[in-house]
Write a protein that binds this ligand. Sequence first.
Ligand code: FES
Ligand SMILES: [Fe+2]
Length: 320
Amino acid sequence: MIKNQWYAVLDSKQLKKDKLIGVTRLSEKLVFWRDENNEVNCIFDKCCHRGASLSTGKIINNHVECPFHGFQYDSSGKVNYIPANGKNSKVPDRYKVNAYLVKEAYGFIWLWYSDEQIEVPEIPFFEELKKGFSYGGFSESWGVHYTRAIENQLDVVHLPFVHKSTIGRGGKTLVNGPVVKWKENLMTFYVKNENDNGQTPEKPNAIQEYDKLFSLQFQMPNIWQNRISDNVRILAAFAPIDEENTHIYLRFYQSFIHTPGLKQIVNWLSATMNKVILHQDRRVVLTQLPINSELAMGENLVQGDLPIIEFRKRRDLLKR
Ligand code: FES
Ligand SMILES: [Fe+2]
């Protein structure tokens, strides 16, 4: 996993008021809760006393109370009450667990994954989706490293095979380009797939007016969007659970229906249709070996895999 990045790790709706939620993300056991101002907090989900999971405890005065012997933790991960020692005893500093920097934005909970104290940048999100869109979605876990799940969404070669009956209809097996452009850590890739009439695929830099082509975007480290049109987008966030599992949040965004009730129905129905497509992917991606991807791993890639190659290179660069 790449350090010093904001990762989308939970859907805001998962985190209800007055409820602890325990999940594994980025290979760490974490407990999340909201305080009285609705601010999100996150600390390590293992009591420093005798190792019980804090997420099965409860929230008392904005603190997490361990279910085993009642130690109470604040949002900085410090214990400030040990019932067995009495309320007038001072708690030594060593009674603490890790706390994580978390923020809520755009309907997600984001976690700043780092072990350094550095200046934290803004949360990266697709600019157009910040205003005017509503969405519906669902989420599910896949037994793959998040690199494999992400690369599947950067793969413009698989469409006529995996999605033969849905979005890959028409047998456009020949892949021109694709053209890949970066703006900081945001990748835009432009797709020009065609029927194979014996022509040679165009090289990425030979494609004229590529910006008029259909395009998709990936924002490092873990969000993706399909720019179906100005008003319709599919968004996915790939929350790393650990080295072998990923939780995927898939959303349908639209900005043309605003009628309450109707828009929820349309968003939900469209998200459900996209589940069918995602499950076509899942069937194949779960079989890929090895379970994660690396820059140099001996795969025999083709020209059409350029967005995947670019993703691997960027990960490699950010890991340094
Ligand atoms: S294990 Fe948590 S208070 Fe004892
Ligand atoms: Fe796919």
